[in-house]
Each structure stands twice: as structure tokens, then as C-alpha cells.
Design a protein around this ligand. Structure first.
Ligand SMILES: *[C@@H]1O[C@H](CO)[C@@H](O)[C@H](O)[C@H]1NC(C)=O
Ligand SMILES: *[C@@H]1O[C@H](CO)[C@@H](O)[C@H](O)[C@H]1NC(C)=O
Ligand SMILES: *[C@@H]1O[C@H](CO)[C@@H](O)[C@H](O)[C@H]1NC(C)=O
Length: 244
């Protein structure tokens, strides 16, 4: 007679564990726009992908009381931010690393915009998007998402990104301080250095690269990005979320 309620309890308990990802804690919906860091994640310029990046240094199997690992990651792995020191020696020397980035810029109201799929982000494309003044954070959803580039371990140099005239147009004609994009670099491969220089020169624009916009419809959200406070780092993986 005792067995039945116990089994029932186990079923209910089991169910609540299974559905724990969907538990509503009263904080509303959260869209995770961070790619998982896996060995298959693409790595800039490489055909091999990230590869093994985490190792157990003590393990229960070997008699330790706990499992504990160490990892090694490039500062521009997966979903990540760039610091001004990434492209300017003077900013590197002056310590403008990821800890100097503004949490105000990285957190707040944001627009997700769909970018025309037939071009990189040029001045003309930027103009056509008609992003109003007063918008400070924009995540650009591009052909990169349609192509699933962040899900392919081979680096694709033909990804969509900003051309230098697109970057200059953004600096001159908008109030955008956070530029987010859905592949490993905000700048098109051919324009990598000039575009980053234009964006990072004034240390005002914050770059978030490698975003996962797979399930995100264009529109208004609140973005939250919190990179680790890593002194000396010219970039850093970051968790980013959107809330409606
Ligand atoms: C566990 O022990 C084996 C055999 O000594 C060794 O090869 C392995 O590296 C150890 N692993 C860890 C995580 O300590
Ligand atoms: C702990 O490490 C062992 C390998 O030593 C592994 O089999 C086990 O899954 C790990 N446990 C957890 C909780 O990660
Ligand atoms: C964007 O530019 C890259 C070169 O940086 C090129 O390979 C790619 O085809 C361009 N994409 C589009 C959609 O024009």
C-alpha cells in the first residue's frame, strides 16, 4: 500500500526535473543568444574548429573527491566582445582591455534588425536600414545566420560583415554604441583592420561578435552582455541574453 504513493511521487518528481528548463521563476522570457562553446565551434581562420579546450585536472575516477577542470580559450572565441586594445597598440599599452568596456553600453534597450542578404553591410545598406537616432544597441542578423556558419567548424571567410564605408556611416549618422553580429567578426573579411579601426578608434562603440540569432525575430528587446572582468584581455567570451 505504501508503494503506490511513492511511485506517484517519483513520477511527479521526475517530471519536474525534466521540465526544469521551462520553470517560470517569475522573471519572464529569456532568449539565450550565446553559442555553446564546444570543440566544433568555428575558430577565426581555421579549418579545424576550436578543438579540445577543457581538461580534467583532478577527477573522481582517479580518486579525487571532486572533478575540476582547466580550460584554454582564445580571447575571441565564440560569442565574445572586442576591446579597443584588440586593434590599437596605444590602447593596449594604456590598458583599454575588456575590463574598460562599459556595462551601460553592453546592457539596455536594443534593436535586432534583418540585413539584406545580397550584400555586406555597406554605407548604402546602413542607410536603407533607417535606424533612428537615439538607438544605442543594434544586433545585425545576416545571411550568416541563414547559412548556419557558427554551426560549421570550418571557418568561412565569405561571411557577411561591415565594409569600412558601412562602419563609417554608422559612426557618422547613428547613436549606436553596441554593434552585434552573427559571425566571428563584425567586419567583412577583406575589411577587417580598417573596419575595426573605425569602430574602436573612439573607444565608444562596443563590438559583440559570434551572436546566436537563430531563433530571434527582428524587433525591440533588452540586451544583456556580461564579459568576464579579465585584465589584459583584448577580447573575451561573453554570455549574452535578450529579454522581450
Ligand atoms: C587519471 O589517471 C590516469 C592514469 O594514471 C592518467 O592517465 C590520467 O591523466 C588521469 N586523469 C586525471 C584527470 O587526473
Ligand atoms: C567526473 O569525472 C569523471 C572522469 O574521471 C567522469 O566520468 C564523470 O562524468 C565526471 N563527473 C561529472 C559530474 O562531471
Ligand atoms: C561579403 O564580403 C566577403 C569578402 O569579405 C565576400 O566573400 C562575400 O561574398 C560578401 N557577401 C555578400 C553577401 O556580398
Amino acid at each position: 500500500m505504501n508503494k503506490l504513493p511513492l511511485q506517484l511521487g517519483a513520477v511527479i518528481f521526475g517530471f519536474s526535473i525534466l521540465s526544469s528548463a521551462a520553470v517560470d521563476y517569475g522573471n519572464g522570457k529569456i532568449f539565450d543568444i550565446t553559442h555553446k562553446i564546444t570543440s566544433q565551434l568555428p575558430s577565426f581562420g581555421s579549418m579545424e574548429g576550436l578543438g579540445q579546450f577543457i581538461w580534467l585536472v583532478s577527477s573522481i575516477k582517479n580518486g579525487s573527491t571532486a572533478n575540476a577542470s582547466e580550460f584554454k580559450l582564445g580571447t575571441h572565441t565564440g560569442t565574445h566582445v572586442d576591446a579597443p586594445s584588440h586593434f590599437f597598440q596605444k590602447y593596449y599599452d594604456q590598458g583599454f582591455d575588456v575590463t574598460s568596456l562599459s556595462l551601460q553600453a553592453l546592457n539596455g534597450p536594443a534593436l535586432v534588425v534583418d540585413v539584406p542578404r545580397n550584400n555586406n553591410i555597406t554605407a548604402e545598406v546602413m542607410k536603407s536600414l533607417k535606424i533612428p537616432r537615439g538607438v544605442h544597441r543594434v544586433l545585425f542578423k545576416t545571411l550568416n545566420t541563414d547559412r548556419g556558419l557558427m554551426h560549421k567548424k570550418e571557418f568561412a571567410s565569405d561571411f557577411t560583415g561591415f565594409k569600412k564605408d558601412g562602419a563609417q556611416w554608422l559612426v557618422d549618422n547613428t547613436d549606436i554604441k553596441l554593434v552585434g553580429l552573427d559571425y566571428l567578426s563584425v567586419s567583412a573579411y577583406d575589411d577587417a583592420a580598417p573596419t575595426h579601426h573605425i569602430f574602436l578608434r573612439n573607444r565608444e562603440i562596443h563590438l559583440v561578435e559570434g551572436l546566436n540569432l537563430d531563433d530571434i525575430k527582428p524587433g525591440k528587446y533588452t540586451v544583456h552582455c556580461l564579459p568576464l572582468r579579465m585584465v589584459g584581455a583584448d577580447g573575451c567570451p561573453t554570455r549574452c541574453i535578450l529579454t522581450p
